[in-house]
Write a protein that binds this ligand. Structure first.
Ligand code: CAA
Length: 256
């Protein structure tokens, strides 16, 4: 069987691609099973320090509608991609969605589970589920409002309209917009920059950023203080501060 998800490793970066170009990378259940397995392998590989998720021509035009047409509520639960997207969100390393073409429905929800989104100028994004008589079910109603605010999220989800990269940037859905030919180089440049950071410190910050908004503020401040103070005495804290004093670049531990 052809691989629906490919992975390429360059230095400490993993580039993961959805590979169903004829279906505009629509996500079948098997595609998500393969993505899940790849994410598990990435999680266990100490040499990978950043991940880029992308697709050829299109990021992903949503869940495969043909596969969903006759699902019962119980079958729909089993079809759902939420667990795999949560696994993506909780990967300890930084993740970047490099969005080209369409990122719709479950495709956009996959991008929302990444830490940072970079879009090509021609990209189009949206959550059109309501026009199919369903609603976003793989994190869209949870993650989109955190990025764009509740009013904009409701407007986008209720209308189902597609937005261009410029509007996505303006509302905070994507963090950078580049020319189509520069998409992968921009994503790789950022990934390499992040992969050179202290992984110990970055992973602690990512954990806090993932959970702080879901916690009562007092608990979040306490947890943050615990993570912050826990970094003191780590090889990276010693090296990072010593390098500053000695006016040189730090050499961080390359294990995560
Ligand atoms: N599922 C299955 N097949 C899809 C698909 C999808 N989500 N999106 C595109 N395709 C297929 C088309 O069926 C077509 O295949 P054939 O050539 O075999 O007919 C091929 O990809 C190209 O699509 P179009 O001919 O429609 O190309 P277009 O350029 O005219 O339009 C498009 C592109 C705007 C992306 C349009 O295909 C479209 O609207 N796709 C559906 C988008 C959508 O509604 N996504 C949400 C799905 S629901 C979801 O994701 C649920 C969830 O919460 C998890």
């Amino acid at each position: 069987m052809n691989s629906l998800i490919s992975i390429e490793k360059t230095e400490s970066i993993a580039i993961v691609r959805v590979n169903r170009p004829k279906q505009y990378n629509a996500l079948s259940r098997e595609t998500i099973n393969q993505l899940d397995a790849v994410l598990e392998a990435v999680r266990q590989d100490a040499s990978i320090h950043a991940l880029i998720l992308t697709g050829e021509k299109n990021f992903a035009a949503g869940a495969d509608i043909g596969d969903m047409t006759h699902l019962t509520p119980q079958e729909a639960q089993a079809f759902l991609f939420a667990d795999t997207f949560r696994k993506l969100e909780l990967l300890p390393i930084p993740t970047i969605a490099a969005i080209c073409g369409y990122a719709l429905g479950g495709g956009l929800e996959m991008a929302l589970a990444c830490d940072i989104r970079i879009a090509s100028e021609e990209a189009q994004m949206g959550l059109p589920e309501i026009s199919l008589g369903i609603m976003p079910g793989a994190g869209g109603t949870v993650r989109l409002p955190k990025l764009v605010g509740i009013g904009k999220a409701k407007e986008l989800i209720f209308s189902g309209r597609k937005i261009a990269a410029a509007e996505a940037f303006q509302c905070g859905l994507v963090q950078q917009v580049v020319a189509p030919e520069d998409l992968m180089s921009a994503a790789c440049e950022l990934a390499k920059k992040l992969a050179r950071q202290s992984m110990t410190a970055l992973m602690s910050a990512k954990t806090m950023l993932n959970f702080s908004a879901e916690m009562p503020p007092e608990a979040a401040f306490k947890m943050e203080a615990g993570y912050w103070s826990g970094l003191f005495g780590s090889p990276d804290q010693v090296e990072g501060m010593q390098a500053f004093i000695e006016k040189r670049k730090p050499k961080f531990n390359m294990q995560k």
